[in-house]
Design a protein around this ligand. Structure first.
Ligand SMILES: NC(=O)c1ccc[n+]([C@@H]2O[C@H](COP(=O)([O-])OP(=O)(O)OC[C@H]3O[C@@H](n4cnc5c(N)ncnc54)[C@H](OP(=O)(O)O)[C@@H]3O)[C@@H](O)[C@H]2O)c1
Length: 240
């Protein structure tokens, strides 16, 4: 369809890959929340800073005459995915959620960060990647020490949290070395899925207990788990 405009809710490796593989005659607008200081480059137009809730997003879809919306945000980015579902319903815009598969395996599955924290023994040394906004919650277990890694530098972390600022990808050998250097006894992480699983494999190699925070529920939406399938869906929607 000539003149097609796709709004891509981004912030993930899958979103960048989707943008890079879209047919060049389609105008793709990648949208970032604007929370990362130096976001990786996208091979398309980029907007940043949010829309102002579901109504703001619905207004944007209408004003910019968006043909289709692809929500390729992180599995734990629940607000924007809910907003996308609502806005597409209001405006009758075709919506696809591109959601990478969750990891599968044996671990202690936890419904929330608090549930994971309740599962930790006193004096544990925990390598934790619970998400940028979660550092203060770790203070609720002052008897446990956390090594928390995040992309952005954490401001005022609690006393029981050692921070590491680093950007993926991470190699298995380096993850094992990091866990050994910090005498880590447990791994706490979210079931983000995807290829960034070296910390999970490192914990397995070291036989460490793993506390996995399950994915939050999202409103029902037409979903696929691969970029390939998302491109096929777009082709069908645009009649290519
Ligand atoms: N959650 C994570 O752990 C995580 C990890 C890696 C990457 N990310 C990426 O970081 C972004 C923010 O994640 P989050 O968990 O803070 O989101 P969130 O809680 O679901 O969204 C909070 C608000 O941020 C804005 N927003 C979020 N994603 C946006 C996007 N792609 N484009 C425009 N506005 C967006 C929206 O503001 P308005 O209501 O004003 O539109 C939304 O209401 C997402 O794009 C996500 O893909 C998140």
């Amino acid at each position: 369809m000539s003149g097609a405009v796709v709004l891509l809710l981004a912030g993930t490796a899958e979103a960048r890959e989707f943008a890079g593989r879209c047919n060049t005659n389609i105008r793709v607008i990648a949208s970032l929340a604007g929370v990362t200081g130096k976001p990786l480059a996208y091979p398309c137009e980029v907007i940043q800073g949010g829309f102002g809730g579901a109504d703001g997003l619905a207004a944007y879809l209408q004003t910019e005459k968006i043909t289709a919306l692809v929500d390729a945000t992180h599995p734990f980015a629940t607000k924007i995915s809910a907003n996308a579902t609502n806005a597409c319903e209001i405006t009758q815009t075709p919506l696809l959620r591109l959601l990478r598969p969750a990891w599968e395996g044996k671990w202690t599955a936890c419904d929330s960060l608090n549930a994971a924290l309740n599962n930790l023994p006193a004096n544990a040394k925990v390598f934790a990647t619970p998400g940028q906004g979660a550092a203060q919650t770790l203070a609720t277990r002052p008897d446990v020490h956390f090594i928390m890694r995040s992309i952005e530098t954490l401001v005022d972390p609690p006393a029981n949290v050692t921070t590491i600022t680093a950007r993926p990808p991470f190699r298995l050998d380096d993850e094992i070395a990091l866990m050994r250097a910090h005498k880590v006894t447990h791994l706490l992480l979210r079931n983000s899925g995807g290829s960034a699983r070296a910390r999970l494999d490192a914990a397995r190699a070291l036989d460490l207990p793993i506390l996995m925070i399950a994915r939050p529920a999202l409103p029902a939406a037409n979903s696929v788990s691969t970029v390939e399938s998302a491109l096929s869906w777009l082709g069908a929607v645009l009649g290519d």
